[in-house]
Design a binder for this molecule. Structure first.
Ligand SMILES: Cc1ncc(COP(=O)(O)O)c(C=O)c1O
Length: 312
């Protein structure tokens, strides 16, 4: 069994190691992705959701950090399928690609002087947030990072200190998740999720210029809502106080899927429970990510089972 791929070779995750002087460990000089493999029990195989789009975003992030993994998005997708096949998992999994500055030198060095390393690993992964119970969220006192500080459109390791501080503050105060505002005070996103509001028969979500990560779940939901429910999405600045009066609010992300929000800053949102639009989108989305909806099957890359491969 191999559940990791590191610098060109498949190996067990327990053998994929770095030294304590690794630059990325000290200075956050890494780019990562989070990809889900969803187990389809009827077909008895895993489907990897929008793997190419994840690797396109990954490679854009690598460019920002002046890293050049020696693979295209297509090649990374193929390596990932092989990795998952070799792992033999028969359950929902999470795939973590990580490109990092692997040079073992303690100094704030120039990116162009540092060596790139690449690891991809797959681990079993269930629910990240409770998708049935509507979350209690708070507005964080930490503001979302600006593009002029650390580009928030790239999944840069060091950037996530911002999310971790916000999540920590929220949970220590008894909330489930944090919502971060931009420096100007507009809603940006959750600590690791995009945010949507259901208002006046439309979806509303902060735009890319509000320092969000351009979520792949976000883009999937925009398309599913339009195509399947006839709901358009407006991408615009969202004021914090607007959330308090909407009918429904939900968070989206690879880990979080579609998670309803029942309260924000102790204001009840709608009924305080999962709303009808959120429930319908969840239902659609879960079928899509498991490869059950033929219309969106092209978003799902099937992992050949070892048995199937033996017959090729
Ligand atoms: C800060 C942040 N926003 C949004 C998202 C949602 O993005 P995606 O749907 O591509 O997982 C994530 C998760 O990767 C995230 O870390």
């Amino acid at each position: 069994m191999a559940d990791a791929f590191m610098n060109g070779a498949f190996l067990p995750l327990s053998e994929a190691k770095v030294g304590v002087m690794t630059h990325a460990l000290h200075y956050g000089t890494s780019i990562f992705e989070g990809i889900r493999g969803n187990w389809n029990p009827e077909e008895e195989r895993l489907f990897i959701f929008r793997v190419r789009e994840h690797y396109q975003r990954f490679l854009q992030g690598c460019k920002v950090m002046r890293m050049s993994p020696p693979y295209t998005a297509e090649e990374l997708s193929r390596i990932t399928v092989e990795l998952v096949e070799r792992s033999g998992y028969r359950q929902d999994i999470y795939i973590r690609p990580l490109a990092f500055k692997g040079t073992e030198r303690v100094a704030v060095l120039k990116l162009q002087d540092l060596e790139d390393s690449l690891v991809i690993f797959a681990i079993p992964f269930g629910a990240y947030l409770d998708m049935e119970a509507a979350l209690r969220c708070c507005t964080s006192s930490w503001r979302r990072m600006e593009d002029t500080m650390i580009p928030p459109s790239a999944k840069i390791g060091g950037l996530y200190v911002n999310s971790v501080l916000a999540k920590t503050e929220a949970t220590l105060a008894g909330f489930d998740e944090a919502i971060l505002l931009t420096q100007e005070g507009y809603v940006s996103e959750g600590a690791a999720e995009n945010i949507f509001l259901v208002m006046d028969g439309k979806l509303v979500t902060p735009s890319i210029s509000d320092n969000i990560l351009g979520g792949i779940t976000r883009s999937s939901i925009i398309q599913l809502a339009r195509n399947e429910l006839g709901l358009e999405t407006v991408e615009r600045n969202v004021r914090r106080s607007e959330i308090y009066t909407v009918g429904e609010c939900f968070l989206t992300g690879t880990a979080a899927h579609i998670t309803p929000v029942g309260h924000v800053d102790n204001y009840q949102i709608g009924s305080g429970e999962i709303g009808p639009v959120t429930r319908e989108l969840q239902r659609l989305y879960f079928d899509v990510i498991k490869g059950r909806n033929p219309k969106y099957r092209h978003w799902c890359t099937p992992v050949p089972t070892t048995v199937a491969r033996a017959h090729l």
